[in-house]
Ligand binder design. Sequence first.
Ligand SMILES: [Zn+2]
Length: 324
Amino acid sequence: MEKKQVPAIGIDLGGTKILAGLVSSSRLLGEPMRVPTPKGPDNIIQTLLDIVEKFQKETLVLGVGVSTAGVVEPKSGEIIGSTGNLPGWTGTKLKHIIQDKTALRTVVENDANSAAYGECHASGLSHKTCVIMVTLGTGIGGGIILNGRLYRGAHFAGGEIGHIKISMENKRLCTCDRWDCWEAYGSGRGLLSTGWDLLQGLSEDKSVLVAKKDSLTTNDIIDAAKAGDMIAKKAMQLYHQHVAFGMVSLCQTLDPDCFVMSGGMSKFVDLKLLKELVQDWTIPVISENLEIYPACLGEAAGLIGAAQLVLDAVHDVEEVGAAG
Ligand SMILES: [Zn+2]
């Protein structure tokens, strides 16, 4: 029993900053440390090793969990997918490097998957059949947890839900170079595109947003909608529909117990309205008991999830050992 209380180190490697902390029972112990992400894979690896060493000096730890951008092959912990925010990072065998240098059990996981795992376990949802986390930011990310375990897919890209195609009109080009992906509509960038579409041909007396057209931001639209601007309100109404579209596809495919909504844009989503829209467009047997929850871990979700993955991996080994 005592061993389970020993924490793991969780590290969230972002494009601009690294967050790290000690995690036990899906909870962060104390404030996370944050350092700027250095340039180049070698410097990043050294910084990660320095962080692990610092924690190791202070306390006994069970392992290291790293949450990183990119598609990750979980067995080798190699980053196999492209990572625009971390140039040169693809091909890094991060798990082996950290394990060899620190002698600590290491898990490397995609950042969206890590965050989904962290939120699911911290919210007490790990006993559910299917939990889907949707992260609404400048893009849309996500993670799928089945019976408390991450669903990674055949090519480790399961949960790349932002690229669900939601239209055949070839109107909006996505960051993946394909047309009309969900994130071209349901992300912050998508809301901005919706705003621009609505402002086409409008005179200044129709909306306060017309004057800002060239420098329009998502916050302009959100603020104007709150102040009662009809065009901005229409943009927010369409935005809720766009977010619901992708969730309906996920509902019909996976029949989830619930969604957990995270990311900067989720703060501006009316979850009650979103639930009504999703329920309207989903068959009753799925929609009747569907829940939509707000995320609870904030920016620490990725590091907490990655650390919890390594804690659970160690615990699994112990259980298998005990059974054998
Ligand atoms: Zn796409």
